[in-house]
Design a protein around this ligand. Structure first.
Ligand code: FES
Length: 121
């Protein structure tokens, strides 16, 4: 799988009920497995939507705050790394912990998806 940089989001709306929708047609980076979109959400802080498989629900939505001491992780290779001032934890693209000192995965956020729209709860 080729490494793709995470890109800024477009077609993002915050609904009155506090949910956030992401237009999957406008965000072409999410059409390919390995694509990631970073966006700030008032409710959670910085999150990423990651395309993890080809299925219509083949996404992960993860909070980019490192669970060790809450430094924001950055995209690196096929995952995420907690660079200084963080302490070097590494995570797989879907947020699973790969390298400590963090002891848990990046926090998964619930969502629903259809072919056109992903809704972050
Ligand atoms: S804050 Fe990420 S490893 Fe410490």
């Amino acid at each position: 799988m080729a490494t793709m940089p995470a890109v800024a989001a477009t077609g993002v709306k915050t609904l009155k009920n506090g949910k956030t929708t992401v237009d999957l047609v406008a965000n072409k980076v999410l059409a390919q497995v390995g694509g990631a979109l970073e966006l700030p959400i008032k409710k959670y802080g910085k999150v990423a939507v990651v395309r993890t498989s080809k299925g219509v629900k083949g996404f992960s939505v993860i909070n980019l705050a490192c669970p060790h001491a809450f430094v924001t992780v950055k995209r690196s290779g096929n995952g995420w790394v907690c660079s200084p001032p963080g302490h070097g934890s590494e995570f797989l693209l879907n947020g699973k912990l790969k390298v400590p000192p963090a002891t848990t995965d990046l926090k998964a956020i619930k969502f629903t998806a259809n072919s056109k729209l992903l809704t972050i709860n």
